[in-house]
Design a protein around this ligand. Structure first.
Ligand code: NAD
Length: 245
């Protein structure tokens, strides 16, 4: 059970946390997302040009997500929450692996692949418990359904909510993101001055901004290690060997 006044861990996760679950990051493959250009499958212009291709692409990604399972990093974060630490997760990922691991407080900055939404009204969203979206599937207002995913060039409706959460952090844990996707990168700056921050990413030594601790490990190695330390000490502080970084 979560305690009143419990220390608050805010976790910002990117595609890297799901890499060990078999879902590829796209920067890993030269800016191609599973062999497709980002312009073709992750922009409103790409959807307008060839909606069938875009719907098929997300149908494939959705099936991949359904087949995948949470890994040690997702599970460790859910365990920490069960141990009484307040854990808020802000994810750039469109998969549901945090939820399936048992995390209860998850904000999807870039949407959810297991939801469809109207292409004229963002508020009209529909769960996709099975199957995908076909050309001709329409919302209650009669317009074509699209994946509930924020594409490049679109606004990020939940960014304000994410800023409010980060502003209440005692500790900020960033996992598996190059911090290159805006505006997620700016979120770090919303943290209170006294909050510590750490980045877990194999490329952490190159990516972490000044003042951010770095663990150059995969998510599945680094996150359980930090969680074990926090559970043992009962306090959200960085291990000494990360403090000076
Ligand atoms: P990104 O720019 O955040 O880069 C991915 C990061 O993951 C890199 O820094 C890389 O070093 C790191 N990484 C790779 N393997 C790792 C591991 N095992 N453990 C920890 N870190 C690891 O993300 P991107 O791939 O360029 O994707 C950009 C956007 O595309 C995302 O924000 C998301 O909206 C979408 N996307 C989502 C998913 C998903 O939902 N799982 C997957 C790919 C892309």
């Amino acid at each position: 059970m979560e305690e009143q006044g419990a220390p608050h861990l805010v976790v910002l996760t990117g595609a890297g946390i799901s890499a060990e679950s078999g879902i590829r990051t796209f920067r890993a493959s030269d800016g191609l997302w599973e062999e497709h250009s980002i312009e073709a499958v992750a922009t409103p212009e790409g959807f307008a040009r060839d909606p069938e291709r875009v719907l098929r692409f997300y149908d494939e990604r959705r099936e991949q997500v359904r087949r995948a399972a949470p890994n040690a990093a997702h599970r460790a974060l859910a365990e920490l929450e069960r141990a009484g630490i307040r854990v808020s997760i802000i994810t750039q990922n469109i998969d549901d692996l945090h939820e399936r691991a048992g995390s209860r407080d998850v904000l999807h900055l870039h949407g959810e692949i297991l939801m469809a939404r109207s292409s004229v009204d963002d508020a009209l969203r529909y769960p996709l418990s099975s199957g995908g979206i076909r050309l001709g599937d329409v919302c209650d207002k009669g317009s074509q359904l699209r994946p509930d995913v924020v594409w490049f060039g679109e606004s990020v409706p939940r960014y304000g909510d994410a800023c409010d959460i980060v502003a209440e952090a005692d500790m900020l844990l960033v996992v598996g993101t190059s911090l290159a996707v805006m505006p997620a990168a700016l979120l770090l700056e919303q943290a209170p001055l006294e909050a510590q921050a750490v980045l877990v990413d194999p490329e952490a030594n190159d990516l972490a901004p000044p003042g951010v601790g770095r663990m150059a490990l995969s998510a599945g190695q680094g996150v359980p290690r930090l969680v074990k330390y926090w559970r043992a000490t009962g306090r959200l502080e960085l291990p000494n060997d990360l403090l000076s970084l």
